[in-house]
Write a protein that binds this ligand. Structure first.
Ligand code: NPQ
Ligand code: MG
Length: 374
């Protein structure tokens, strides 16, 4: 393929309700959407992708302005140069970019847009590319920190009425035991898990082990991104399965976490690990070790939600993911909205990986666009 044009659009999408976690309170999602035009076997095709990075480096070290800069200066020039001398396919992108250290969310957006263009040119759906046989996946929801427990109970009840199959509660010091107890007492049988976004340290082990009383599916990322050994230590002191998110940035990190006993479950986010191909590698390694995985979310628009639904259709995704309906976060998505169907999200089977954004909605949400020099 020959890359013809790459644009990065910055979109501002208001959230239906503020989303509060231990690291931020978001009222708007500012997201980068990549539009990549390429010539493939004589066809002019457009590949779409979105980048998981937030505007601030508070979930991970990457942030939107940094993604634009590293893509323009260091990633795209290498890809174009590689395409000029040899085969450029989605499967070769990571190798062409491996001299650039880190910047996984930026790399993921490029690899994903190339993969989307490639699949469109081939008339192949991402579902078929992955060999997925399911037509839908169960849908879970991530519930932010609320102002009060009654407010939390109302919010959870609303999501259960909508049909969500699993509830994830954000926790942090001062908002953990009591909110979880209240939800468990109100819903004795609901599949329930918590996510701390690295808000605790090993000093909190005894306190965190009090969560063992609530029959949780898992506790997600209680400790720091770099605290792999400490997660293994904490896992010995809790009966609740340990799940890693921020710490698992690659297949190698996944293998380390499993070997060390730091993860009994892994939250797979394609953007966090450098793309869907590395995400598949983590799926395969985890499955080989009998470690369950599920698909995490970065408040994707329909572009990323479509691809995540296909990935979550793979056999090793045995736990319900954070692939919610578009309406969980957005009053109006930029693609055809994803709706819950009996608590499930349907897996798209159209050619390509991403859902194509509606041009009017895309333009309406776009606050800035850069045309990257080739
Ligand atoms: C997580 N996702 O699992 C992340 C955290 C998160 C659904 O909880 C803008 C973009 C704001 C991505 C806030 C969920 C975000 C964000 C929180 C991701 O840890
Ligand atoms: Mg998480």
């Amino acid at each position: 393929m020959r890359i013809r044009r790459v644009q990065l659009h910055t979109l501002a999408l208001p959230l239906v309700t503020p989303f509060r976690t231990s690291f931020s309170t978001q009222t708007e999602r500012r997201v980068l959407v990549m539009e990549l035009k390429a010539a493939i076997d004589g066809q002019e095709v457009t590949g779409w992708a979105e980048c998981g990075a937030l505007t601030e480096p508070v979930y991970s070290e990457e942030y939107t302005e940094g993604v634009i800069d590293v893509t323009a200066r260091h990633l795209l020039p290498r890809l174009v140069a590689a395409g000029a001398v040899g085969p450029l396919t989605a499967e070769t992108v990571a190798e062409h970019l491996d001299k650039v250290v880190g910047h996984r969310m930026a790399k993921a957006a490029l690899e994903t847009a190339v993969l989307d263009a490639q699949l469109r040119a081939a008339g192949l759906s991402f579902k078929d590319y992955l060999g997925v046989t399911r037509d839908r996946v169960p849908s879970g929801v991530s519930v932010g920190i609320q102002d009060s427990i009654p407010r939390l109970l109302d919010t959870v009840a609303g999501y259960l009425d909508e049909g969500y199959q699993r509830i994830k509660l954000k926790i942090q010091p001062g908002w953990d035991i009591e909110p979880v107890r209240a939800v468990r007492e109100a819903h004795p049988d609901v599949p329930l898990q918590v996510d701390a976004n690295a808000a605790y340290t090993l000093v909190d082990a005894a306190h965190l082990s009090r969560l063992d009383a609530f029959d949780l599916l898992l506790i997600e990322q209680p400790l720091g991104e770099d605290d792999m050994r400490q997660h293994a230590e904490l896992a010995k002191r809790m009966s609740t399965p340990m799940c890693l998110d921020e710490s698992v940035v690659s297949a190698t990190a996944a293998a380390d976490a499993i070997q060390l006993g730091a993860a009994q479950v892994i939250n797979i986010k394609p953007s966090r690990v450098g793309g869907y191909l590395e995400a598949r590698r983590i799926h395969d390694i985890s499955r080989a070790h009998g470690v369950a995985v599920w698909c995490g979310g970065m408040l994707e628009t329909g572009i990323g939600r479509a691809a995540n639904a296909a990935l979550a259709g793979m056999p090793g995704f045995t736990l319900t993911g954070d692939i919610s309906a578009s309406g969980r976060f957005y009053k109006e998505d930029i693609t055809e909205p994803f709706e819950l169907v009996d608590g499930h999200i349907m897996i798209p089977d159209a050619p390509g990986l991403a859902a194509v954004p509606d041009p009017e909605r895309l333009a309406a949400a776009t606050v800035a666009s850069v045309d990257l020099p080739l």
